[in-house]
Design a protein around this ligand. Structure first.
Ligand code: FMN
Length: 498
């Protein structure tokens, strides 16, 4: 009997540790670590005989059970290079609904009702930002989708663009309709070649189908979209730095106000939105803001994508409802720490996030709870740290990253972070004194409170939280000249050899 079977390349489904993965449908059979030989077996047994090859299937059901995939609804399921696949999965129907049946104010009403908050880190209410830009009479207006993602170890936005580029484009189109913009940019780092290629193809296809350009879906609505490339600086993802970069200047932040919503690109109202925020929009329009607000917590609705990395059994990209606990993410979805090692800490929020101990694993993941304990949502990085890591060295590492990435414009960030790094070098080379702890504490707070932009304002978080939750390790380094993990007290020669 002949069987027809379509083979498609998809984006990543998120199970990074067991790739390449193959999904066989119908039935959602996910095969892991697939090789050419295994493909032969899958085709012969599963496709031809209808008998799934059980021992090759992805067995970790817990990885998906606690996830709630809204933004990643199509990731790993559709071919991102075919607009037809997005459309047949319901894509662009939210845009059609907006243009045919909703006023711009009606769209904004749904986004406000949804409770959606920006997924780029700060958690600002999205509907409120749209209302601000929509109300302005200053024209033209612009939209920038932020896909800079400069945090080390974070790859959620890249994976989204590679797996479902049209979800971002449709979100931008709906935002443009709501606020009255005719031009948009996707700001993407140039180190993301596959995401760039995928987005370029998606934009070309959308243009060819009159979903971008003039007379979209045969209405008077027009919107044009271009990519702009960032050159690999963490600070370039900060919204005012993006404005400078898109305008052709060096990506350096400037003080706010004025906020981009009032005075952005070329002093015109500009809506800057993270791509994950935008990918939620078609669902909100299609199902209503009230529907969306039922997921997550009352103050923090919807879901959040996280790159789960570090010492974790199931690293990958996950999407979880807001309000899930850190313990559920690390132990139930992530499978805990591998090789029988002990969990020590989890860094939440990227390089300027907070290092939290096991006693705080019950806290729910939402903007406010994370801020209370010294962490941030950031753009969605969770790094698990085991007993083999030194918390002083971890804080030193992220401080060094922020020293390198500081743009140097404001003194607290430029000079203050460099000073922190000097103190860390002293402690980790065996010359620490107890007074250094107070210097780190005071300087950290000063840099946090006095810096110009979010980089300096959050860079001391790993320092402040390791001092708060792991002070004994600092004391051990200073008093006993001992590093519990054997990472510190290396000579310069040994460091260079590493
Ligand atoms: C140093 C720094 C880097 C940032 N990087 C990003 C980034 O890569 N992507 C992002 O969406 N937001 C980033 N942000 C936050 C943006 O400034 C801005 O708040 C966000 O793009 C707004 O979109 P949202 O409301 O959808 O979150 C960064 C902020 C700072 C201070």
């Amino acid at each position: 009997m002949e069987k027809e079977c379509k083979v498609a390349r998809t984006g990543c489904i998120g199970t990074c540790s067991v790739g390449p993965a193959v999904l066989v449908e119908p039935g959602d059979y996910l095969y892991q670590s697939v090789t050419p030989d295994k493909v032969r077996e899958i085709v012969r047994d599963h496709i031809v005989l209808g008998l799934p090859v059980k021992d090759m299937l992805y067995k970790n059901e817990a990885y998906f059970q606690k996830q709630h995939r809204l933004v990643l609804r199509n990731a790993g399921k559709i071919d991102p290079s075919r607009i037809q696949d997005y459309i047949s999965a319901g894509g662009y129907s939210a845009l059609a609904k907006c243009l045919a049946t909703m006023t711009p104010q009606g769209v904004i009403y749904e986004v406000v009702t949804s409770g959606l908050r920006g997924r780029g880190g700060a958690g600002f209410p999205t509907g409120q930002k749209w209302s601000l830009v929509a109300r302005s009479h200053n024209t033209p207006k612009y939209i920038v989708a932020n896909l800079d993602e400069g945090d080390p170890g974070v790859f959620a936005n890249r994976t989204l663009a590679e797996a479902d580029p049209h979800a971002i484009i449709e979100g931008m189109l709906i935002a443009a309709y709501a606020i009255g913009a005719e031009k948009g940019y996707i700001y993407i780092r140039s180190e993301y070649p596959l995401a760039i290629q995928t987005l370029q193809k998606a934009i070309a296809q959308a243009k060819a189908m009159s979903l971008l350009g003039e007379k979209i879906l045969e209405t008077s609505f027009k919107f044009d979209l271009e990519l702009r490339f960032g050159a690999g600086a963490f600070v370039a993802g900060e919204e005012t730095a993006i404005l400078a970069s898109v305008e052709g200047r060096r990506a350096m932040p400037r003080p706010r106000p004025p906020y981009p919503a009032n005075s952005g690109l070329w002093q015109k109202p500009t809506l800057i939105q993270n791509v994950e925020t935008l990918a939620n929009i078609p669902l909100i329009v299609q199902n209503g803001g009230h529907w969306f607000s039922k997921t997550g917590t009352p103050k923090c609705t919807g879901t959040k994508c996280f790159s789960l990395t570090g010492k974790i059994s199931n690293p990958g990209l996950i999407e979880v409802p807001m309000g899930i606990t850190l313990r559920e993410v690390v132990f139930d979805i992530g499978g805990g720490v591998p090789d029988g090692k002990k969990f020590k800490a989890v860094l939440v929020g990227g390089p300027s996030g907070g290092c939290l101990p096991e006693t705080l694993l019950e806290i729910p993941i939402d903007y406010d709870s994370l801020t209370k304990v010294g962490a941030i949502m950031g753009s969605g990085g969770i790094v698990v740290i085991d007993e083999d890591s030194c918390m002083v060295d971890t804080a030193r590492f992220f401080t060094e990253f922020c020293v390198d990435e500081s743009c140097g414009k404001c003194t607290p960030c430029r000079a203050g972070l460099a000073r922190l790094k000097e103190v860390f070098d002293k402690i980790t080379h065996g010359q620490g004194e107890m007074s250094d702890i107070a210097t780190l504490e005071k300087s950290g707070v000063y840099i946090r409170d006095a810096s110009l932009c979010g980089l300096g304002q959050t860079a001391p978080n790993p320092v402040i939280t390791t001092l708060r939750y792991f002070k004994d390790e600092y004391v051990k380094h200073i008093v006993e000249k001992q590093c519990v993990a054997g990472k510190c007290f290396k000579t310069r020669d040994e460091e260079e050899l590493e």
